[in-house]
Ligand binder design. Structure first.
Ligand SMILES: O=C(O)C1=C[C@@H](OP(=O)(O)O)[C@@H](O)[C@H](O)C1
Ligand SMILES: C=C(OP(=O)(O)O)C(=O)O
Length: 429
């Protein structure tokens, strides 16, 4: 296991940066291009481990995909042309690959076996297996298909109307993709709007959808037509440097070409609520995705309460928001975020354990955490437990913690941000 020593104490962040491509959009680009007729070019693809798992899954179904750094060319085979893989599909660490792919495989006339790493194997799959079974899917695994490994025997599927009990873009997307292969019109309703990259990109590939507030309808048996995709920078990766700059002394940073899809920009709302000095410029829309730049500088931070419908819009940013809250004046309360318990780690437990080890005043609750600040942080032993976002949060904590932090399992950061430390080192002076 890789241990990294982190000593960035009192460094400033300065300059301009473009973060790597968006993870959610990169996954979908490979999936939809593989299912399309024709050749699609994906630029600024995130070559992180999770998205490579998606590429490998479609290669095993006979799709010719060439990847050179962040350029990916996909020779789509059409949905009907996807072949039965001869080997089990390894989903690695990727929840997104698992839930979306299950939606596609459930309706193909083949047999599939799927497995993942130790973390993915204990993440819930019943949230997608249950609605797919209602559509006629045959999926089996431990505890009625609650967990990987799973066996899928593809079937003719029928449309459903499904109200998602969890606020999850992965569930919404998996059901919509099954709906694309099914007979009839599938409708997915959600209580709060989750990220809508599936809806945006399916339309770019020529699929017709109806969207009415938090309800999406898709008619089955539509074909996808190849489409070039330019992936915007990942705001979830940018979030680490936004918070780093707000926390570090004499710091000023511009992040260019970053995705500003409103279903993803909850972090910008939270930064404003906490008095962080940021300025956002919206520049263009490509493939239904808004792109622009964000400027941020060192700030005096104020505590806040974060709850309700904003949670799905910041779900992956909560670990780094928790670090910011340790330096805010007052009590920050994060609630309605029980979904954090089902990520690469139980992120309520792993955030609290690591920030406590660094001296923060933070307590877990059932559905979030309470943080009292500001507290001076001090180096200690920390552990990502294989969770990329926990690893990056600890690395950013090192800018304000006194001494050298020891981070166990730092290598997992390459799941979503392989060049994270190179970028951090470039910005420090
Ligand atoms: O659809 C997606 O690309 C994602 C949805 C979210 O998961 P949930 O749908 O489980 O909330 C998010 O945490 C994950 O990083 C990516
Ligand atoms: C939760 C995440 O990803 P996934 O669910 O795809 O593993 C994440 O990237 O923080």
């Amino acid at each position: 296991m890789s241990t990294k020593l982190l000593n960035y104490t009192n460094q400033s962040i300065k300059g301009a940066i473009q973060v790597p491509g968006d993870k959610s959009i990169s996954h979908r680009a490979v999936m939809f291009a593989s299912m399309a007729n024709g050749t699609s070019l994906i630029t600024n693809f995130l070559a992180g481990e999770d998205c490579i798992s998606t590429i490998n899954a479609f290669r095993s179904m006979g799709v010719n995909i060439t990847q050179e750094n962040d350029n990916v060319t996909v020779n789509g085979r059409s949905i009907a042309g996807l072949k039965e893989p001869l080997v089990p599909i390894n989903l690695g660490n990727s929840g997104t690959t698992s839930r979306l792919l299950l939606g596609i495989l459930a309706g193909l006339p083949h047999h599939f076996t799927l497995f993942g790493d130790a973390s993915l194997t204990v993440r819930p799959m019943d949230r997608i297996v249950v609605p797919l079974s209602l559509m006629g899917a045959q999926i089996d695994g431990r505890e009625q298909g609650k967990y990987l490994p799973l066996a899928v025997r593809g079937k003719e599927l029928n449309a459903i109307t499904y109200h998602t009990p969890v606020k999850s873009a992965q569930v919404k997307s998996g059901v919509l993709l099954a709906g694309l292969l099914a007979n009839g019109t599938t409708v997915v309703e959600e209580d709060a709007k989750t990220r809508d990259h599936t809806e945006n990109m399916l339309q770019a590939f020529g699929v017709k959808l109806e969207i009415d507030k938090n309800t999406v309808s898709i008619e089955g048996k539509q074909q996808l037509t190849a489409c070039d995709i330019q992936v915007p920078g990942d705001i979830s990766s940018a979030a680490f440097f936004l918070v780093a700059t707000a926390l570090a002394k004499n710091s000023k940073l511009t992040i260019d070409e970053v995705g500003l899809n409103p279903t993803r920009t909850g972090i910008l709302d939270v930064l404003k609520m906490m008095d962080v000095d940021i300025d956002v410029v919206e520049e263009k829309t490509i493939g239904g995705e808004l792109i622009g730049s964000i400027k941020v500088q060192s700030s005096d931070i104020k505590a806040t309460t974060i709850e309700g419908d904003i949670i799905p819009r910041i779900i992956d940013e909560i670990p780094i928001i928790a670090l910011l809250a340790t330096q805010a004046s007052g009590k920050t309360i994060i609630k309605d975020a029980e979904e954090l318990r089902f990520k690469e780690t139980d992120r309520i437990a792993s955030v609290v354990e690591n920030l406590k080890a660094l001296g923060a005043n933070i307590e877990p609750t059932n559905d979030g955490m309470i943080i009292n600040g500001p507290t001076k942080l001090k180096a200690n032993k920390t552990n990502s437990y294989g969770d990329h976002r926990i690893g990056m949060m600890v690395a950013i904590a090192s800018l304000i913690a006194e001494g050298t932090i020891e981070l166990s399992d730092a290598a997992c950061i390459s799941v979503s941000y392989p060049r994270f430390f190179e970028d951090l080192d470039k910005l420090i002076n």
